[in-house]
Every structure is written in C-alpha cells, then in structure tokens.
Design a protein around this ligand. Structure first.
Ligand SMILES: Nc1nc2c(ncn2[C@@H]2O[C@H](COP(=O)(O)OP(=O)(O)OP(=O)(O)O)[C@@H](O)[C@H]2O)c(=O)[nH]1
Ligand SMILES: [Mg+2]
Length: 255
C-alpha cells in the first residue's frame, strides 16, 4: 500500500475518538492528584490536616499551568485539586479535549513532582459550561467543598490524635451537623472561624494590572509602566461576596 493511502486509512482510526469543546462554551478544567491520600499519608511526612510544603507545591503548580501557553483567566486550588477557567476565546489546539487534558495533566504532574521531589500524577477533566452564572456556580461549589473538607479534616485529625482508630472516628463524625463539628472543635480548643482563610476557602489566582513608575534612559524621563501581574489570593471572599467578586473580576475582562 502506498504511504499516502496507509496514512489516510490510519488517520481515520487515530482521530476516531477526537472530541473538542464547541466554541462559545466556557472551558473549565479540574486537575486532581492521583492517590494523594496514600502520597500524603505514607510517602511524604506531611502535617495534618494542612501542610504548608504541600500547599506551596500546589501554588507553584497552579502558577506554572497558568503560564504554560494557554490563556487561563482564573485558577483555583484547594486540597489536591486545581481548577482553571480558560478565556472564552482561547482556541488552543482547536479546543481538542485530548490535547487539553493530556498537556495539563502532564505539566501539573511534572511541576508538582519536581516541587516535592517525588513522583506524583494528576488526572484532568473538562467541564464545559454554557454561561457566566454556571462558571460562578462551579467555583462557588469548589469553595464550598474546600470548606466542608477543612471542617471534616480538622475534626478527623483532632480525634485521631487522641488515639482513636480511623473507623471509630469516621463513625463518630458521620451524622454530625456542621454546627456539631464546630462545637467539637471548640471543645478541643479550636475556633474554626479563626483558622486561616486559605484552608477553608482555597486559593485563587488572577491577573491584575499595576502601574509602576520607572526611568526611561532613552527619553531620559520617568514613565509609567503598565504591568500584568499574577495575584495569588489567600483571602478569597465567601458565599455571595465570592460570587460578586468573580463576576466583577472575570466577566468584565472576558466580554
Ligand atoms: N496531610 C495532608 N494531606 C493533604 C493535604 N492536602 C490534601 N491532602 C490529602 O489529599 C487527599 C485528596 O483526596 P482525594 O483526591 O479525594 O483522594 P485521592 O487519594 O487523591 O484519590 P483520587 O483523587 O481518586 O486518586 C486527601 O486524603 C487529603 O487528606 C495537606 O495539606 N496535608
Ligand atoms: Mg486526588
């Protein structure tokens, strides 16, 4: 068979699973650490429930992905996951899902592994969203997940540290309301409200323009330089304030 014919025949198989995100849908992707329960418990000696080295590696990874060639306008990380919102006009790789998921998972896995000096991998999924409101709902959902995780994790490890087994603690916590869990922590000397915001709400990444005064040696005069800087926000607002914040910050820029 001639190469051209073989090429044409095999391309049909190769591209048979190709999908892409249709234009005018927002692309949100979420990366999630694979088997990080084992990694954090057994392979790395991490502080529980939150470890600053782990969090720094997640921050470094999110920043790396936001700078690896896509037009990503918002990043968000909590626990072992990273969510990313692409600019509505981003047309990288013709919006092919296989390209987006494999490149993002590869970049995140490589960066995180180097940061903690251990082999670690991320999976990646795409969540196509049809409008601004659903994008805001998505990020509200992940922030709420962060809040629930933080409360559960503090309760879990506080009880484990008293020598209770994993199954006893899990049983003890199941069926407790949010109020009960706050009370449980309070009795153990932890006021949940006083814990760092980044642990309860996650961390956001977005661009901001800042003006910096500089000296132009050619014109021999002072000039204002407009710089686009990536902000890493560890004090995100909560609930409806978070929705308003995202609405203001993202959709003014995206439209
Ligand atoms: N010690 C410690 N563990 C953390 C920290 N952040 C996240 N983790 C752990 O990371 C894990 C993330 O949970 P999952 O993504 O649901 O579990 P997983 O084991 O990664 O499973 P898959 O994602 O399905 O592969 C949980 O066990 C968390 O306790 C941290 O700062 N310190
Ligand atoms: Mg995981």
């Amino acid at each position: 068979m001639k190469f051209e014919m073989l090429d044409k025949k095999m391309r049909a198989f190769e591209t048979s699973m190709d999908q892409f995100v249709i234009p005018e849908l927002y692309i949100v992707t979420r990366l999630d650490g694979r088997g990080f329960t084992k990694l954090t418990k057994e392979l790395l000696e991490l502080e529980r429930p939150f470890d600053i080295r782990f969090s720094d590696a997640m921050i470094q990874t999110t920043k790396h992905i936001m700078n690896c060639g896509f037009n990503i306008v918002y990043g968000y990380t909590e626990s072992d996951e990273i969510s990313l919102l692409f600019h509505l006009d981003d047309n990288s790789f013709g919006r092919k899902t296989r390209k987006l998921t494999s490149i993002l998972a590869g970049e995140a896995s490589a960066c995180f592994s180097l940061a903690l000096n251990t082999v670690a991998t991320f999976d990646c999924r795409i969540i196509p969203l049809p409008n601004d409101k659903l994008v805001i709902d998505y990020f509200r959902w992940r922030a709420e997940d962060a809040n629930r995780n933080a409360l559960n994790a503090y309760c879990y490890w506080k009880l484990r540290d008293q020598g209770l087994s994993s199954s006893v603690v899990t049983n003890k916590l199941s069926g407790l309301s949010i109020g009960d869990k706050n009370d449980l922590l309070y009795q153990q000397g932890i006021n949940y409200n006083d814990l760092p915001a980044w642990q309860k709400r996650g961390i956001g990444f977005y661009y901001s323009n800042t003006i910096r005064r500089s000296y132009d040696p050619i014109k021999q005069t002072e000039v204002d330089i407009d710089r686009r800087v990536l902000i890493c926000d560890t004090e995100l607002p909560m609930n409806t304030n978070y929705s308003s914040f995202l609405n203001e910050m993202l959709f003014k820029k995206l439209t």
